[in-house]
Design a protein around this ligand. Structure first.
Ligand SMILES: Nc1nc2c(ncn2[C@@H]2O[C@H](COP(=O)(O)OP(=O)(O)OP(=O)(O)O)[C@@H](O)[C@H]2O)c(=O)[nH]1
Ligand SMILES: [Mg+2]
Length: 252
């Protein structure tokens, strides 16, 4: 069983992509399942096969500990790791080829607290890969692109997993996609676009950050997709297969 974790900022398209990957793998005659790890999910575009909400109930947490919506989300995220064994057993009993893991919308609760990294390193699978989603609509300026690359690097540092960066909603950004893809493959093009920004201080800081993450080997060209038109999905699935097939040596 291979595990594909889908991470990204709130509303970036994690859940819809999870449902599209599920269908893609089903169409190729594999047996995929979706594990929903978002205790705060209200409406999902798929029916989870295994659901953390069966183990952690936000409403009960709010009432029992007199918490507001944010406090209960923090607590619920911290509790995910405590249910790892039960979730593992439920997934194993289904014996899938792929488990697609949809993670909480508030990425800081999953990646920057202890629970998410603990879950990923202790949940057993043959191979694993993490997707980090760049919301295409948010990365259409060079300054935002660098900020998002920085966030992608810090998620990689925290989750210690092979990572594929993905730009979603490519159908909404049409022309701009070509610039984003140029920045993603050429630091020279990105620095030149940063130089054209009016905000000189942010531009300079972004160039420094870009050089730092580039030097650390964190720069990685994202795969652009649309979960609406399905453009780019072939590339994404091929990239995932390559990493998953490489196996053990790419895990960390
Ligand atoms: N046009 C377009 N819309 C998309 C795409 N991917 C997601 N969306 C829309 O973006 C919104 C958010 O998508 P979700 O899949 O719920 O995003 P999420 O990251 O799971 O959101 P949270 O879990 O709430 O953080 C929904 O209205 C989706 O229909 C895409 O590729 N193209
Ligand atoms: Mg979601």
């Amino acid at each position: 069983m291979d595990a594909v974790y889908i991470t990204g900022t709130a509303g970036s398209g994690k859940s819809l992509l999870a449902s599209r990957l599920l269908q893609w793998y089903k169409d190729t005659k594999s047996f995929p399942i979706i594990l929903n790890l978002d205790p705060g999910a209200v409406n999902l575009p798929y029916k989870p096969d295994v659901d953390v909400r069966d183990y952690i109930d936000m409403q009960t947490l709010m009432e029992r500990y007199d918490l507001g919506p944010n406090g209960s989300l923090v607590m619920a995220s911290d509790l995910i790791a405590t249910r790892l064994d039960e979730i593992q057993n439920e997934v194993d009993s289904l014996n899938p080829d792929y488990v697609i893991v949809d993670t909480p919308g508030q990425i800081e609760l999953f990646a920057f607290r202890a629970s998410g990294p603990y879950f990923i390193s202790n949940f057993h699978s043959d191979n694993r890969v993490t997707l980090f989603i760049f919301d295409g609509v948010l990365v259409s300026s060079p300054l935002n692109y660098v900020s998002m690359s920085l966030l992608a690097s810090s998620i990689k540092l925290r989750l210690k997993s092979s990572q594929v960066n993905v730009i979603t909603k490519s159908d909404l950004i049409n022309e701009k996609l070509k610039y984003i893809l140029r920045w993603s493959t050429s630091n020279v093009a990105l620095e030149s676009a940063l130089s054209d920004e009016k905000d000189a201080e942010s531009s300079l800081l972004s160039k420094d950050l870009l050089r730092a993450i580039s030097k650390g080997g964190f720069i990685q060209s994202p795969v652009a997709i649309s979960s609406v038109t399905m453009n780019g999905m072939v590339n994404l699935v091929a990239t995932l297969s390559r990493i998953l097939n490489l196996g053990e040596e790419t895990k960390d």
